[in-house]
Design a protein around this ligand. Structure first.
Ligand SMILES: *[C@@H]1O[C@H](CO)[C@@H](O)[C@H](O)[C@H]1NC(C)=O
Ligand SMILES: *[C@@H]1O[C@H](CO)[C@@H](O)[C@H](O)[C@H]1NC(C)=O
Ligand SMILES: *[C@@H]1O[C@H](CO)[C@@H](O)[C@H](O)[C@H]1NC(C)=O
Ligand SMILES: *[C@@H]1O[C@H](CO)[C@@H](O)[C@H](O)[C@H]1NC(C)=O
Ligand SMILES: *[C@@H]1O[C@H](CO)[C@@H](O)[C@H](O)[C@H]1NC(C)=O
Ligand SMILES: *[C@@H]1O[C@H](CO)[C@@H](O)[C@H](O)[C@H]1NC(C)=O
Ligand SMILES: CC(=O)N[C@H]1CO[C@H](CO)[C@@H](O)[C@@H]1O
Length: 546
C-alpha cells in the first residue's frame, strides 16, 4: 500500500594476451547481458553475487546511506557456486539461472537459509515461517539466486502515518536520484536497489501503488500483475483482494522475463487457480511496434482529481509529450476516456473498509502460522502492544502520534459482515464494471495510459487489475523541493516519475508490449543517472579472479 506521507505531503581488457568480452556495467546490466557473460564464461554467478554484495556495502549503510537492503542472503554464494557447476554440467534451467533476485522483506524465505521474513518489523525478527513463498519456490526452481531482503515501508505501509521507505528494522530508505529524496513505497528498497544495480532484478508487492510508485520514483519498469496471476502464498498480507507480487527492474524486457517465471497457479493461493492457462511467455510481447493500430485512452479524471501529487503541472506537461510519442508510434489516443466511476472512486471509503477487515484476519493468520516467533507476538493485538512497549525499535522519529493508526483501526474491526461484503461489491463495481472495463468498452480501447505518481493506482487496486509502469521523465533542476516525511523530500531535482499503462484482468501481455514500445522509442531511463555518491563503483572486473 503506497501512502503519501504527511499529506502535504568500460570496456575491460584482461591482463592476458586475449581480449575478453566487454563486461556489462552493473549499474544497467540486463538479464540477457548477464546470461551472455555467464554462458561465455566471462564471469560466474559467484562473481556476480560478490559484486552485488560489494556494491551494497558501498552505499547501503555507508556513503549516501540509502538503506535499501535489510539483509544479504548468507547462503547466496553457496547457491551461486552450485548453480555455476550445474550450468557447466547440464546447462541452464531458465533465463533466470544464476541471476540474483532481491526480495521485498514481506516475501517469505525458509529460515534455514539464514534470512528473516519480517515486513521490516522487529515483531517478526527470528520468526520461523512454515515455507518459502510460492513465488520463491518458482524462482528457485528456475535457478535464480535469492540475493537478500529489501527494506520497505513497514507492513507494506499498512501501519499508519509513516514516511515511505521507513521500517523499524531498516530505518529510512532514500532515493538514489537526489539526497534524501522519497523512494516512494512500499517496495522502496526493491526500487532503490534495482535503480543503481545493487541487484540484477527485484520483486515487490502492491496492494495500492506499492510497485507502481517506487518504479515511478526510481526510474524503473514495474509490473503490478492482476490479482491472482502471481501467488501470494507466503507473503505477509494486507488483503487477498488486492495484494499481488511483481517485478521491479531496469527494463520492461527484464520484467517480462521475471513475470514469466513467477506467474502461474499455486495450490496455496486459490486466487491463482482462476487465471487463464498456460502462463504466457511475456518476452514474446516485446514488440517495438506493439502500439501500432491500437486505441489508448486517457482517464483524465483519475489524475486531475488527485490534488496531492497526482495532478502535478510539470508531470502533466511531460505526459502530453508522451501522448505525442504514443501517437507517433501509430496508436490512436482517445482523450479523454474517463472512467464513469472516477468521481465516486475519488471520494470512496470502500477500499479502506475492505482492507481494514482483511488485514486483521490475514495478519492474525500469518502470526498463527509461524512455527515460532521469539518476540511472542501472535496477533495484530499483540503487535500493537509490542510496538507500544518498544518505542526505541518501532517508533519513528517525529511520527509518534499516527504511526500505527491503521493497525488500531484494523484491530477494531469485527470480521466480514454485511458492510464488508457490500464494500467489496462496491469496489468491484467501481473499479471494474463502471470503471476500467466500462472505459475500455465505451471507447473501444486496448488500454489506458496515465501518469504514475499519486493516487492514480486506486481504480486498478480496487479492481485487482494490472498496471505496467515505465520511466516518463525527471523533475527539473529548479523544482521547488518539498518535505515528504521527517527525513525525506519530494519533489526534488532529478527525481524520476513514470508512465502507467492499465488494462483489464490478465491483460499483462498487451500492456507489456505497449510499455516496451514506448520505452524503446524514448529510452528515458538512460537520460539521467543517480547522484554521484549513490553510484557504486565496484564492477565485475574488480571481482573476477580475486
Ligand atoms: C535472521 O534470522 C537468522 C535465523 O533465523 C539469524 O541467524 C540471522 O542473524 C538473522 N539476521 C538478522 C539481520 O538479524
Ligand atoms: C478461495 O477459498 C476461500 C476459502 O475456501 C473461498 O472463500 C474463496 O471464495 C476462494 N477464492 C477463489 C478466488 O477461489
Ligand atoms: C474530478 O474532476 C472533474 C473534472 O475536473 C470534476 O468535475 C469533479 O468534480 C472532480 N471530482 C472530485 C470528486 O474531485
Ligand atoms: C462505497 O461506494 C458507493 C458507490 O460509490 C458509495 O455510495 C458509498 O458511499 C461508498 N462507501 C463508503 C464507505 O465510502
Ligand atoms: C460491520 O462491522 C463494522 C466494524 O468492523 C461496523 O462498523 C459495522 O457497523 C458492521 N456492519 C454491520 C451491518 O453490522
Ligand atoms: C525552471 O526553469 C524553467 C525553464 O528554464 C522555467 O520555465 C520555470 O519557470 C522554472 N521553474 C521555477 C520553479 O523556477
Ligand atoms: C545488508 C545491510 O546493510 N543490512 C543493514 C540494514 O540496516 C540495518 C539497520 O541499520 C543494519 O543492522 C543491517 O546490517
Amino acid at each position: 500500500m503506497k501512502v503519501l506521507t504527511w499529506l502535504f505531503a568500460t570496456c575491460a581488457l584482461s591482463v592476458g594476451v586475449v581480449a575478453r568480452n566487454a563486461l556489462p556495467d552493473l549499474y544497467e546490466a540486463s538479464i540477457v547481458e548477464l546470461q551472455a557473460g555467464l554462458d561465455a564464461g566471462d564471469f560466474t554467478s559467484v562473481d556476480l553475487v560478490k559484486a552485488y554484495f560489494a556494491r551494497i556495502a558501498e552505499v547501503n549503510l555507508k556513503g549516501p546511506q540509502l538503506r535499501a537492503i535489510l539483509e544479504n542472503n548468507p547462503s547466496a554464494l553457496t547457491e551461486a557456486a552450485a548453480l555455476d557447476q550445474e550450468r557447466k554440467k547440464s546447462g541452464k534451467r531458465s533465463a533466470l539461472h544464476g541471476i540474483p533476485v532481491l526480495l521485498k522483506d514481506n516475501i517469505a524465505t525458509v529460515a534455514s537459509e539464514g534470512m528473516n521474513t519480517t515486513a521490516g518489523s522487529f515483531s517478526l525478527l527470528k520468526s520461523v515461517v512454515p515455507d518459502d513463498a510460492g513465488v520463491v519456490k518458482r524462482l528457485r526452481a528456475a535457478g535464480a539466486i535469492i540475493l537478500g531482503k529489501a527494506n520497505l515501508s513497514e507492513f507494506a505501509h499498512f501501519r499508519g502515518n509513516l514516511a515511505s521507505g521507513w521500517s523499524g528494522r531498516g530505518g529510512q530508505c532514500t532515493n538514489a536520484y537526489f539526497p534524501h529524496a522519497d523512494p516512494c513505497g512500499s517496495s522502496s528498497g526493491s526500487g532503490v536497489a534495482s535503480s543503481i544495480g545493487l541487484t540484477a532484478v527485484s520483486l515487490g508487492t502492491e496492494t495500492d501503488g506499492s510497485i507502481t510508485c517506487p518504479s515511478s520514483n526510481n526510474n524503473l519498469a514495474g509490473i503490478k500483475p492482476t490479482v491472482g496471476l502471481t501467488s501470494r502464498a507466503g507473503v505477509i498480507p494486507i488483503s487477498e483482494h488486492q495484494d499481488t507480487v511483481g517485478p521491479i527492474t531496469r527494463s520492461i524486457a527484464d520484467a517480462a522475463v521475471v513475470l514469466s517465471i513467477i506467474a502461474g497457479p499455486d495450490p496455496n493461493d486459490n486466487f491463482t487457480l482462476a487465471q487463464p492457462t498456460p502462463v504466457p511467455d511475456f518476452t514474446k510481447a516485446l514488440n517495438k511496434n506493439a502500439l501500432k493500430g491500437k486505441r489508448i485512452g486517457v482517464p483524465r479524471r483519475v489524475f486531475l482529481n488527485d490534488t496531492i501529487t497526482g495532478n502535478d503541472p510539470f508531470v502533466n506537461q511531460v505526459f502530453e509529450q508522451a501522448l505525442d510519442t504514443i501517437r507517433a508510434l501509430g496508436a490512436t489516443v482517445v482523450d479523454p476516456a474517463d472512467l464513469p466511476s472516477a468521481d465516486e472512486i475519488a471520494v470512496s471509503g470502500n477500499e479502506t473498509t475492505v482492507l481494514d477487515v482483511d488485514f486483521k484476519i490475514q495478519l492474525d493468520a500469518w502470526y498463527a502460522s509461524l512455527k515460532s516467533n521469539p518476540s511472542g507476538v501472535r496477533s495484530l493485538a499483540d503487535l500493537i502492544a509490542f510496538n507500544d512497549a518498544n518505542p526505541a525499535l518501532e517508533e519513528p522519529p517525529r511520527f509518534e502520534d499516527q504511526s500505527e493508526h491503521r493497525l488500531i483501526e484494523s484491530e477494531a474491526t469485527t470480521g466480514m459482515n454485511a458492510t464488508y461484503f457490500q464494500a467489496l461489491a462496491f469496489n468491484k463495481d467501481l473499479g471494474r464494471t463502471r470503471g476500467i472495463d466500462a472505459a475500455l468498452q465505451q471507447f473501444k480501447l486496448d488500454a489506458l495510459v496515465l501518469p504514475a505518481p499519486g493516487f492514480t493506482t486506486v481504480p486498478a487496486a480496487i479492481a485487482g487489475y494490472p498496471i505496467v509502469t515505465v520511466p516518463l521523465g525527471f523533475y527539473p533542476d529548479n523544482v521547488t523541493i518539498a518535505l515528504a516525511g521527517p527525513e525525506t523530500v519530494y519533489p526534488a531535482p532529478g527525481v524520476p516519475f513514470g508512465l502507467s499503462f492499465l488494462g483489464t484482468a490478465f491483460s499483462e501481455f498487451d500492456l507489456v508490449g505497449f510499455a516496451f514500445a514506448y520505452e524503446q522509442k524514448t529510452q528515458t531511463r538512460l537520460a539521467r543517472k543517480a547522484f554521484a555518491e549513490a553510484i557504486p563503483t565496484t564492477q565485475l572486473i574488480d571481482i573476477i579472479g580475486k
